[in-house]
Write a protein that binds this ligand. Structure first.
Ligand SMILES: [Zn+2]
Length: 272
């Protein structure tokens, strides 16, 4: 389980990474929130995070700019990606893939407990209140820039990146992070293979200019390639039970990542 210091009290810093696309990063786990501005001030709000104070401040920031949530997107069924606050209103539909919605229904109580332990005070009633994205499921139907759903398993059931082809921005959620190793869904039938398939999907998108990981720093196309290579390197080694030096495992606050890494190795060695 992750353990990091409590979030600071600094006000939100919103970075406009492309016209109408904003990213804010929490000091907790470097968790990102992405806002895409659509017609009439309606916004696509992806993974609003992380503390109660930060969600309140996000709501204030939107209001101060004449913006409002039009639709929410939860990239995957982990507690830090299915949060919501009253400051964001309760009228916007909150979508995820059908598989992520089903998984959330199974684990919602557990996620509420995790949220309370790590970022206390969230409105449990609003946590994980998701519905399957309507239509074919391959894009978010909303009055704004095209937002394609790139769904795959690997990190979590129904994990889905959002691809904004107009801006060339990949909101990758818990993949291709500069601060976290690949974190596998150990309950899935093929943890390493599933993750590799997801990574293949992201690596095959044409024209990515910027990548926004769920935890970590925004990167350009070269950075994305480097992270994809590093992640494949990790999976190749760990998947065959070999320990390796990955810079993301070395940080002073990376003990929880080293524990996950040990679990990955144990799984791989069990299967050899
Ligand atoms: Zn996650």
């Amino acid at each position: 389980m992750r353990r990091r210091p409590e979030a600071g009290r600094k006000p939100h810093v919103m970075e406009e990474i492309a016209p109408g696309v904003f990213v804010t990063t929490s000091p907790m786990y470097l968790t990102t929130t992405t806002i895409v501005v659509g017609a009439g001030g309606g916004c696509l709000v992806i993974d609003p995070a992380l503390s109660v104070a930060e969600l309140a401040s996000l709501g204030e920031w939107l209001t101060s700019r004449g913006l409002r949530p039009a639709v929410g997107w939860a990239t995957h069924p982990h507690w830090d990606h299915v949060l919501w606050g009253r400051a964001l209103g309760t009228s916007a539909p909150r979508y995820a893939t059908a598989a992520a919605v089903a998984s959330t229904a199974r684990t919602r109580e557990e996620m509420i407990t995790q949220a309370e332990a790590e970022a206390p005070g969230h409105d449990a009633e609003l946590l994980g209140r998701l519905e399957p994205v309507p239509g074919a499921g391959d894009h978010i139907p909303w009055d704004g820039p095209r937002a394609q759903v790139i769904a795959h398993d690997g990190h979590a059931p129904g994990h889905a990146a959002i691809w904004l082809p107009g801006a060339g921005i990949l909101v990758a959620a818990d993949m291709v992070s500069d601060v976290e190793i690949p974190l596998l869904d150990l309950a899935s039938p093929d943890p390493f293979g599933g993750y590799q398939a997801g990574l293949d999907l992201l690596a095959s998108l044409p024209g990515v200019r910027l990548v926004v990981p769920g935890h970590g720093h925004v990167g350009d196309a070269a950075e994305l390639s480097a992270r994809v290579a590093m992640d494949f390197g990790y999976l190749d080694a760990a998947g065959t039970g070999q320990d390796m030096t990955d810079p993301r495992l070395l940080g002073a606050d990376a003990a929880w990542l080293r524990a996950e890494h040990a679990r990955h190795l144990a799984l791989a060695r069990d299967r050899l």
